[in-house]
Write a protein that binds this ligand. Structure first.
Ligand SMILES: [Zn+2]
Length: 182
């Protein structure tokens, strides 16, 4: 949660504990409501703060690749997944991909082309979904996605919301990043 919203939450929780009326981001909860049910009051505060966070996330001009994987903050908060170094590169598009390395002229990489060995532009999406050279390596991931969602490419959110698909995604990401740095 962004730090300013975290502060709002802390201040609101403090007032709720003291049995005082709360006002946060146009949400008003009266003293009577809080005394009747303080847990419900806290939930109302959280819901309002997450709404605000979601609005900012949708409007932000940065992190758009990550937004495709995590469109909903409320759902993201319940996914029980750990993002490692390898998966993160796919979630952000920033990593060992020729397109990224070429565009940002990353240090220590002399990438004079943004093309993959197959001839197409090497983006994170290309590696994950499209590159024909990686078809065999992607097989288990595709199988899990098709069994669970019925399609490939599946929605990016499915890659991080279903544990079985995520496990295969994580393995693929790790294999690819290590292999491409060989
Ligand atoms: Zn390729």
């Amino acid at each position: 949660m962004p730090i300013d919203l975290k502060f709002c939450q802390r201040a609101a929780y403090y007032k709720i504990r003291k049995g005082q009326a709360v006002e946060v981001l146009n949400l008003r909860i009266s003293r009577e409501e809080i005394l009747a049910n303080d847990t419900a009051a806290k939930n109302q505060v959280d819901t309002r703060l997450i709404e605000e966070w979601q609005t900012r996330w949708d409007r932000s001009s940065t992190g758009r690749t990550t937004h495709e994987f995590f469109p909903s903050i409320a759902r993201r908060l319940v996914y029980n997944i750990e993002l490692d170094y390898y998966v993160t590169q796919f979630l952000t598009g920033h990593g060992g991909f020729a397109y990224y390395l070429h565009k940002f002229n990353a240090r220590n990489f002399t990438q004079d082309s943004d093309l993959c060995d197959c001839g197409q532009t090497e983006t994170a999406d290309h590696i994950l979904f499209g590159c024909p050279l990686l078809r065999r390596k992607r097989r288990r991931l595709v199988k899990a996605a098709v069994e669970i969602t019925g399609e490939w490419p599946c929605a990016k959110e499915n890659l991080v919301s279903d544990m079985r698909i995520f496990k295969e995604f994580r393995k693929f990401a790790k294999w690819y990043i290590l292999w491409s740095h060989r």
